[in-house]
Design a protein around this ligand. Structure first.
Ligand code: SF4
Length: 608
């Protein structure tokens, strides 16, 4: 096989010895991944780590060694924003561009990067030193402005820090690749956990590692599922599906293997609580995965870690290693003969849509992260066509706690229909952004009091795909019957421009649409154009009505949760701030016009 690769690569322009070396190296990488097509994402990530980009020669070589068509490999590579098809600067800078980073000064920081590197955004420096790019969100809304530099996160950036950082990068063991950044050799960790309120369930500090598993092993697998059912645990990713039901469906499904997948692809801008769980409580998350494995009869687990969290890869691998040494993973876990389970970390490569569970599975199988048709649901045919449970990081952590302390104890927190606590990622116009554990059922007003905010113009709950709430809604509650959410709370003060913010969220969806279906691919672009027209004071009331109709069409006709919720920033701001839109349009009374239309804005549901 390696000889084939040598032949392919040596027909190109590089000197033969170098070509042969590349071919050997790619063959090695493929072999490390068992030459398995479903490990394609790992293979190309490794190639990029080694060579900085994925060349035509590499595409051909990978296709040959995996027995695929080169167009299939190319198609997959082109899907992910973190995979480069051309050489980029040795120092790759991706500056986060979200409403929160912009409110915290990202544009000034961007200017400083441009000045210090001589490169404009989207470009490379002629000397091959720098590439400057924007990126959607890197999971640190509590410490913006922030950038990923060769995979390492730099937070709380200021224009003054930019030349200092670049100078240090050019001195030290600089221009590290993202695989180097997995080792986090920087003198100080930039990302703070910012846990500002610990509740009694998830962020308590007295728990014992592995206790949830040991408690589960005292029960039968069916009894474990019953305990989760009694706790009335529901998914923490936003959709709120009953966890026990998911586990039951998977356990009952026919398959040769069962899989537990932890969805750690928290790409919703403004969300960072899973980052904190994975940093501070990874054992609890792995306990939860192992409990799920016992309940389902699964032998293999997968933690799908978003590419923006590559810096967590090394510490998480260390935790897994330690767990294997302690008998909490591997064969005969906790001394239970025949209970064999292990966990592999699958890195993503910068695609928000992969947070949708079927897109995540496609990605984990080495394909483009395009959502699948459902049914069949993953519990029936998931990873590699086998019964699979995909749970959010926080859901799995809750499952471990339920085993540890009991269903009754868990259900004693929160409300009868929304039990337990919720981790909130709070950011924006507040003095203390960070992670707060609160009881389910807490109102928006109570949240604002908790963070000492008294002048919020609006609160965006659930990220861009959630809802923009005005003061009249602050009595609403974080609960599955009212505001189901992944826990994102972005606060916007009185001076923020409502429509500008809606535009920024819409741009996010334009960038992140996977492009599979027209209503989402084209519709989000049209929504963006309409908002730009309104902001330029060129819109008439008829444009607003057209915008409303278009937003509803995108919501109804899109194939997956991304498109179905992409219009939410527009629909909810039109509903709650009609006067803001009215002030931007020419002539006629918009409110009357909207009333005449009799439209009811019903925001789409959160992404599963
Ligand atoms: Fe892709 Fe958007 Fe369609 Fe979802 S709705 S499948 S993200 S194009």
């Amino acid at each position: 096989m390696a000889r084939d690769l040598v032949q392919i690569v040596s027909s190109h322009t590089q000197p033969p010895s170098e070509d042969a070396e590349v071919a050997r190296s790619i063959a090695e990488i493929a072999l490390e991944n068992r030459n398995a097509p479903h490990r394609l994402l790992d293979i190309v990530l490794k190639i990029q780590d080694r060579y900085g980009f994925i060349s035509d020669e590499a595409i051909l070589a990978v296709a040959r060694v995996l027995g695929m068509r080169s167009v299939e490999v190319e198609d997959m590579v082109s899907f992910y924003s973190f995979l480069n098809r051309r050489p980029k600067g040795r120092c790759g800078i991706r500056l986060s561009r979200t409403p929160i980073s912009l409110m915290k000064g990202a544009l000034e920081v961007a200017e400083a990067f441009v000045k210090a590197t001589g490169v404009s955004f989207g470009g490379d420096s002629p000397d091959g030193k720098f590439t400057l790019e924007w990126c959607s969100d890197i999971g640190v809304a509590d410490q913006e402005p922030a950038a990923l530099i060769n995979g390492a996160v730099y937070t709380r950036l200021t224009p003054g820090r930019v030349p200092v950082i670049l100078a240090a990068l050019q001195k030290g063991p600089p221009f590290a690749t993202s695989s180097d950044s997995k080792q986090d050799t920087r003198p100080e960790a930039e990302v703070k956990s910012n846990i500002l309120q610990r509740g009694p369930v998830l962020l308590r500090q007295d728990a014992i590692v592995g206790e949830g598993i040991r408690a589960a092993l005292r029960l039968t697998p069916d009894a474990v599922i019953q305990e989760i059912e009694k706790a009335r645990l529901r998914g923490r990713g936003g959709a709120g599906f009953l966890t026990a039901l998911k586990w039951k469906f998977c356990r009952e499904a026919i398959g040769e293997q069962r899989y537990v997948v932890c969805n750690a692809d928290e790409g919703e801008p403004g969300t960072f609580k899973d980052r904190v769980l994975l940093t501070e409580y990874s054992d609890l998350v792995f306990d939860g995965m192992t409990v799920a494995a016992y309940a389902l009869g699964a032998g293999q687990g997968l933690l799908y870690l978003r590419g923006e969290y590559t810096y967590l890869w090394r510490p998480l691998q260390d935790v897994l290693k330690h767990r294997r040494e302690r008998g909490l993973l591997g064969a005969d876990i906790c001394g239970r003969a025949g209970f064999d389970f292990d966990i592999r970390i699958q890195l993503g490569a910068g695609a928000y849509v992969c947070g949708e569970e079927t897109a995540l599975l496609e990605s984990a199988e080495g394909k483009r992260g395009v959502p699948r048709e459902r049914p069949p649901f993953p519990t029936e045919r998931g990873y590699l066509g086998q019964p699979t449970v995909v749970n959010n990081v926080e859901t799995l952590a809750c499952a471990a706690r339920i085993m540890e302390y009991g269903a009754g104890w868990f259900a004693g927190h929160g409300t009868p229909e929304s039990t337990g606590t919720k981790l909130l990622s709070i950011s924006g116009d507040c003095t203390h952004p960070g992670v707060y554990e609160v009881p389910m059922g807490i109102s928006i007003r109570e949240i604002l009091e908790m963070v000492s905010v008294h002048d919020a113009q609006f609160v965006q709950v659930g990220g861009p795909s959630g809802q923009a709430l005005a003061a009249k809604d602050y009595g609403r509650r974080i609960a599955f019957g009212d505001l189901p959410t992944c826990g994102t709370v972005m606060i916007f003060g009185p001076d923020r421009d409502v429509i500008e913010t809606a535009l920024q969220f819409t741009e996010f969806f334009v960038d992140e649409s996977c492009g599979w279906c027209v209503p989402c691919r084209v519709g989000t672009t049209l929504l963006k154009k309409e908002l730009e027209k309104i902001l330029a004071n060129r819109a008439t009331p008829k444009d607003i009505v057209a915008l409303d109709a278009l937003a509803n069409t995108v919501m109804r006709m899109s194939r997956c949760g991304l498109g179905q919720t992409a219009a939410n920033p527009i629909l909810t701001t039109m509903q709650n701030f009609p006067h803001v839109y009215q002030a931007r349009v020419q002539k006629e009374n918009l409110i009357d016009l909207l009333r005449l239309q009799g439209r009811q804005h019903m925001p789409g549901k959160a992404k599963p």
